[in-house]
Design a protein around this ligand. Structure first.
Ligand code: KMH
Ligand code: ZN
Length: 282
C-alpha cells in the first residue's frame, strides 16, 4: 500500500448521535435520505469517515438491524466515505444489541474502552463486554476505532491489545472524546496527558470536544498532530449562541482550521490506508 503523506488529516463527521431530539434540531439528519445527502456534502467538504448512529422512522435512536444495513448502504451508494457504525448507541441500549451492530458489516465500528458517567446517565462498557466486542470485530473483519472518554481508558487500550493482539487490518486508531460531563475535560492539558500515555501500537488518533470544548480540543489536536472528528453529535452551535446549520459547515470549519496548521484533508483512499482497511468493493 502507498504511504500516506505526513500532512494529511483524517476528518471524521459524526452527524447525528443518539442524544439530540429531531424536534429540538430539525437540521439533524435522522433518515437514510438525509444521511446520504449529509454524507455527500461532508465528503465534498473534506471528510473521509462517517460515524453513524441510526434513527428509526420516529427519529428515535435505534439498533434495528435492517435500519443499520439501510444506512450503511445509503452512505456507500452515495459516497466513498469510510462507514463507521456506533456500537455505543444510546445509554439505554442493552449490551447484547450493541454486539449485534457488527452484523451490518460496516468498515469500522466505535469501541469504547470503559464505563463512563454520561451526564446524569451511565454509558456502560464493562471489561468483559469490551473484550467480547473487540474479538467480534476481529472475526467480522471490522476495524475498531477505540473511543477514549477518560485517561484510564487509554491504559485499558494497552491491556486489550496485550491480551488480544492487533485489530483487523493491523493498525490501531483511537479517538479522544473529551468534555463529556463525567469523562475527561476538553482541555489541551488533558489531551496532552492522553497522547503521552497512548500504547506504542497506536498508529493514528483523532480528538473531538463536546459542546463548548469543541474548539479548544480541535486546536489542541491540531497542534499535537492528531486527526479530527466533528459533527452535530458533538456540538450544535457554530459560535456562542449561533446554531450549526449543517454537518458540512462543521467539516468546512475543520478543513479551514487544518489549513492554518498546514494540513491537507485525507482522501477516502488515504483514510482507508491509515486505518488498515481493504478497499470495499461497491
Ligand atoms: N451515545 C453515547 C452514549 C459511540 O458512538 O460509540 C455513546 C457514543 C459512543 O456516542
Ligand atoms: Zn457516537
Amino acid at each position: 500500500m502507498n504511504a500516506v503523506p505526513a500532512d494529511r488529516i483524517m476528518i471524521t463527521v459524526a452527524p447525528t448521535g443518539a442524544e439530540t431530539a429531531k424536534a429540538d434540531c430539525p437540521e439533524l439528519p435522522t433518515t437514510s435520505e438525509e444521511i446520504a445527502a449529509t454524507a455527500v456534502a461532508c465528503e465534498a467538504a473534506g471528510a473521509s469517515m462517517i460515524h453513524l448512529h441510526v434513527r428509526d422512522h420516529e427519529h428515535q435512536p435505534t439498533l434495528d438491524p435492517a435500519l443499520l444495513r439501510e444506512w450503511v448502504a445509503a452512505v456507500r451508494e452515495s459516497t466513498d466515505l469510510v462507514v463507521q457504525l456506533s456500537t455505543g448507541g444510546s445509554v439505554h441500549d442493552p449490551l447484547d444489541r450493541r454486539l449485534k451492530v457488527l452484523d451490518a458489516e460496516p468498515d469500522s465500528c466505535s469501541l469504547t474502552m470503559g464505563t463512563t458517567n454520561f451526564g446524569d446517565d451511565v454509558f456502560s462498557n464493562p471489561w468483559p463486554f469490551v473484550c467480547e466486542l473487540y474479538q467480534l470485530s476481529q472475526e467480522h473483519r471490522v476495524v475498531p476505532e477505540f473511543e477514549l472518554f477518560d485517561l484510564g481508558q487509554v491504559h485499558a487500550l494497552g491491556r486489550l491489545l496485550d491480551k488480544y493482539g492487533l485489530p483487523y487490518g493491523g493498525k490501531v486508531h483511537c479517538d479522544f472524546v473529551m468534555g463529556v460531563p463525567g469523562g475527561m475535560p476538553g482541555t489541551a492539558d488533558a489531551l496532552v496527558a492522553g497522547v503521552a500515555t497512548l500504547p506504542e501500537a497506536v498508529t493514528s488518533w483523532s480528538a473531538t470536544g463536546i459542546g463548548r470544548t469543541t474548539l479548544p480540543v480541535a486546536l489542541a489536536a491540531l497542534s499535537k498532530g492528531g486527526h479530527l472528528r466533528v459533527g452535530m453529535e458533538d456540538v450544535l452551535t457554530i459560535s456562542r449562541g449561533v446554531p450549526v446549520e449543517s454537518n458540512a459547515q462543521l467539516v468546512e470549519r475543520a478543513v479551514a482550521m487544518a489549513a492554518l496548521a498546514q494540513r491537507t484533508p485525507a482522501t477516502t483512499a488515504e483514510a482507508r490506508t491509515l486505518l488498515g482497511l481493504e478497499r470495499v468493493s461497491m
